[in-house]
Design a binder for this molecule. Structure first.
Ligand SMILES: [Zn+2]
Length: 431
């Protein structure tokens, strides 16, 4: 269970850092203590085919004591929009509200009020935009910055929604479900929303010969994603023999291998998951690197590694070696990404790899630590590989596979006996 994860998720969480930093500010003709002002935001996120339509009603209230007695007023609001969006528009009761991207303001837009907002007064306007999504997987984040208000999420009946562990009210209507979240649900981290269209699952399969026996590869996918499924099937058929070559060990898995197209909720926030029983969950948007990594776990499971660093270090080493053959540029990018991540974090975390674990469910707050373990495991196993050499590493792999459970002392003794070299120093640096 603990192995088979893949750590680097980017699609959903990329807005986090920006979100933590963001704040609402208004511009004023007065020298304003803007933080006293209040912004109420009531948002509606409506899931539709290939698009989530967002409507935000924003009420700005001038509570800035410096603008008392007609000493000044507010006439605009800088407000952030973090998602990639299209069809952005804003308006109030009577006319359009002019907007422009704030200068040097990153994701901020400046909304120019159609009236001056004096001390004690409020001004309400509405903004709307669309967020494009996959036709089947409507995965997006809800991030709000406001003092008050709530968020409604409207999900049609032909979608299934997986929501994070926050409180909400749920209302079942005729053809849709409406979820209402309080303002507090989004203050720290954006909330990931994962809606999957209800479609039949179908299977594409192919039998290939691996290590002299037939293995049936099945890709279970959601109807409509035929192209994706065929591509995953073709690639799996290509990558498995390449993995056999680099590992120096025939495919050790079952004679049935199932790869299941999955949503973010189904992979628990990771990019993929190899259950070790012949089933792999693969995120619908995952690339080659994830697929090879998860396939590689068929070997790490067969090795009965006791430590997670062995599973993840070997899976990534052999992903790198396969990528080097099919896409050298991607392989080098992967290597530098992991090495740089390790260099960056080692001083901060400085944790021995023995005992390193990751949560069942990927968590945004723990993402740095999760990534650190993956990077360190890769650097360690790569260093071993560099010192042992390709062929001797293969001999060691066959020995690891034949030796039942492998703990750290079993591992070092196999590596030292095959290579004839001393690894004490290296192991003490990492585990
Ligand atoms: Zn893994």
């Amino acid at each position: 269970m603990e192995s088979g994860h893949y750590s680097f998720i980017s699609i959903v969480f990329c807005s986090i850092i920006a979100l933590v930093l963001f704040f609402v500010l208004a511009t004023s003709t007065a020298c304003a203590e803007w933080e006293q002002n209040e912004v109420e935001v009531n948002s509606v996120y409506e899931v539709g085919p290939e698009v989530v339509h967002v409507t935000k009603e924003i009420t700005f209230t001038n509570k800035d004591a410096n603008t008392r007695y007609w000493q000044g007023f507010y006439s605009s609001l800088n407000y952030p929009l973090f998602q990639d969006h299209s069809n952005l528009s804003s308006y109030d009761d009577s006319s359009e509200v002019r907007l422009k991207r704030a200068e040097n303001g990153g994701n901020y837009y400046m909304f120019a009020f159609n009236e001056n907002v004096w001390y004690g007064d409020s001004y309400t306007f509405t903004l709307e935009y669309d967020v494009q999504t996959d036709p089947i997987y409507a995965t997006f984040t809800i991030g709000e910055q406001s003092d008050s208000g709530n968020v409604k999420l409207i999900v049609p009946d032909n979608y299934e929604a997986c929501l994070a562990d926050v409180s909400y009210a749920k209302e079942n209507l005729n053809d849709r479900v409406v979820y209402t979240f309080g303002n507090e649900s989004f203050q720290e981290f954006p909330l990931r929303i994962d809606c999957v269209k209800t479609v039949d699952r179908v299977v594409a399969s192919e039998v290939i010969s691996l290590g002299g026996r037939n293995v049936n590869i099945s890709v279970e996918y959601r109807k409509g994603n035929d192209e994706w499924a065929q591509e995953v099937l073709d690639k799996t058929v290509t990558y498995l023999p390449l993995l056999e070559d680099v590992w120096g060990v025939p495919f050790p898995g079952n004679s049935d291998l199932i790869i299941r197209e999955s949503s973010v909720a189904e992979t628990k926030g990771y990019h993929g998951f190899n259950y070790g029983n012949g089933t792999i969950s693969l995120l619908h948007s995952a690339g080659d690197r994830v697929l090879i990594h998860e396939l590689s776990h068929s070997w790490t499971h067969a090795c009965n590694f006791e430590q997670l660093w062995m599973h993840e270090g070997y899976a990534n080493l052999y992903t790198f070696l396969v990528l080097k053959q099919i896409n050298p540029k991607k392989a080098l990018a992967m290597k530098s990404e992991l090495e740089e991540d390790y260099d960056k974090k080692e001083q901060h975390f400085a944790q021995a790899l023995d005992g390193w674990s990751i949560p069942d469910e990927y968590s945004t707050s723990g993402s740095e630590m999760i990534g650190y373990g993956y990077s360190k495991s890769f650097v360690f196993v790569s260093d071993i590989y560099e010192k042992v050499g390709f062929e001797r590493m293969q001999i060691a792999n066959r020995k690891l596979l034949a030796s039942g459970n492998v703990d750290t002392s079993d591992h070092i003794s196999i590596i030292e006996s095959i290579s004839g070299k001393d690894f004490d120093q290296m192991y003490s640096n990492f585990v």
